[in-house]
Design a protein around this ligand. Structure first.
Ligand code: SF4
Length: 486
């Protein structure tokens, strides 16, 4: 964690945190006087505030990072004058999220050059200028199942000088030029989670495991979200069926778990558990620890990718809560873990490395679940670099998922043959305990199966048998995954 000096510097500076310029533009449009006159001032640290210690002494891990061990966000024009104290603060990251069309347009207007480098993707060759690029996104938004929502950190790891092929941008911003008609077999709730829910907010599919949806929002939003039927604000296309939140709803979940002694394992998810306050994490953990038959649980969050500085922020108690819960779990003989999602090596910055180092030092188990995405990580070099990068920071590469057949995300999917090839070419090149399982979560609620365990794979249709799902006797024995048609 940062030194006390840096912590004090952080709290002092936040009182006068200056917005990045896309917020200034937005505010000016809305004619709000108090912030419209904000400006960044001189670049560099404030003269009387020393830099945080994690910046002043580059570590070995920082030196091997793809980023400079300094303020990489300043390469992005709207952040060019944002100092480290601000950028590394959770509050600042939350305050200056880009979550409206107006903010996004203002951000892109400043971040992107007037003329773009030509795209290698034939579908995007017509996008030559900044205006074309903005139009492509604005026209893509009404055809997406997820709203936009981006932390400044996630924005800062996108190459805005060449945004068309950027693998991080593809994950979080809809682009009309890439979108495809839905596969006829795609569904909004493609994994049939609702059918396996005894009540909203709880999915009981596997006999011994429960999925507890304790949040309905995320720090940023993913275009290809599997749970887009329930997560985030409503969109033009999707009226979200968000589970009720709050203590009464949670108590109902805990009561259900109490009544089912066969359940040993709980995934606390959402949405994203980064959206929960530290005291909520502690409350959930205490309730689960108090149930004798619960042997393990994990907190699911993509926050480590969206906003890793939260782990290092001495003003924020999320990491402290997870560390304390992990320790208590060890005392009780129960495993606590964090499950996260990194989809591209660019998501691993030195801030991530520092956050990972802290969690590892404190004994927190972090496992990663990557989603395979077209144009994002669907080649051996990228997937290999991602797996090795995660193993190097002690985030256990756990799963690589075939993208689900979710409506409005067809352009994110690859044929099953891609995941089969990736596993074939990567297994044997990386230590066996660092190689993830390459899996398909079967459409219709068949659960996870190794991608290579199909019974038949012909003409773009793969058939799997799901042996363990006895909870719904009417469930079929054979589940099919369909390759994209285009
Ligand atoms: S973080 Fe997870 S739940 Fe949230 S939008 Fe992304 S995929 Fe969906």
């Amino acid at each position: 964690m940062r030194s006390h000096v840096a912590a004090r510097a952080s709290s002092r500076c936040l009182h006068r945190a200056k917005p990045p310029s896309y917020v200034v533009i937005q505010v000016a449009q809305n004619a709000t006087v108090s912030q419209a006159s904000s400006s960044y001032g001189a670049p560099g640290y404030d003269a009387d505030i020393p830099p945080p210690s994690i910046l002043s002494k580059p570590t070995a891990s920082q030196n091997r990072s793809r980023y400079d061990p300094d303020m990489f966000w300043r390469k992005v024009r709207p952040f060019r004058n944002v100092n480290a104290t601000e950028f590394l603060s959770t509050r600042w990251q939350r305050q200056f999220k880009v979550n409206t069309q107006a903010k996004l347009e203002a951000f892109i207007n400043e971040a992107v050059p007037e003329v773009l480098p030509p795209s290698k993707d034939p579908k995007q060759r017509h996008i030559r200028t900044k205006g074309d690029f903005i139009d492509d996104i604005i026209q893509g938004m009404p055809k997406a199942g997820m709203n936009i929502g981006l932390t400044p950190y996630f924005l800062s790891i996108i190459d805005w000088t060449n945004p068309l092929g950027d693998p991080v941008l593809r994950q979080c911003l809809p682009q009309k030029s890439l979108q495809l008609p839905d596969h006829p077999m795609s569904m909004l709730d493609s994994l049939s989670e609702k059918a396996d829910s005894p009540f909203e907010g709880l999915v009981h599919r596997y006999p011994h495991k429960i999925l507890f949806l304790a949040a309905t929002t995320c720090p940023s939003y993913c275009v290809g979200c599997t749970r887009s039927y329930a997560v985030g604000p409503h969109t033009d296309l999707v009226n979200k069926s968000r589970p009720r939140q709050g203590r009464r709803a949670w108590q109902r979940a805990f009561d259900y778990i109490h009544e089912h002694p066969e359940i040993a394992d709980v995934v606390v998810s959402g949405g994203d558990t980064y959206e929960l306050q530290p005291e909520h994490l502690r409350e959930i953990a205490e309730s689960l620890f108090a149930i004798p038959h619960i042997n393990r649980f994990r907190f699911a969050t993509r926050g480590l990718s969206f906003m890793p500085m939260r782990i290092l922020d001495p003003q924020d108690g999320w990491a402290r809560a997870v560390i304390d819960i992990t320790r208590k779990g060890r005392e009780l003989g129960k495993e606590v873990a964090v499950h996260t999602q990194f989809n591209h090596p660019h998501e691993i910055s030195w801030v991530t490395e520092e956050a990972a180092r802290l969690l590892f030092k404190e004994g927190v188990i972090v496992r990663n679940q990557t989603v395979l995405g077209r144009g994002i990580n669907d080649n051996v070099e990228t997937m290999g670099a991602l797996i090795r990068g995660l193993a190097d920071i002690n985030f256990k590469p756990y799963y690589v998922y075939q993208a689900d057949m979710v409506q409005f995300t067809e352009h994110m999917r690859t044929p099953l043959s891609t995941i089969l090839r990736l596993e074939k070419e990567l297994r044997g090149t990386i230590a066996g305990h660092c190689i993830p399982h390459f899996v398909v979560d079967l459409p219709g609620g068949g659960g996870k199966r190794l991608a290579q365990s199909y019974e038949r794979y012909e003409n773009g249709v793969a058939e799997y048998i799901s042996p363990v799902l006895k909870y719904k006797s009417e469930k079929p024995d054979v589940y099919k995954y369909y390759d994209p048609l285009a």
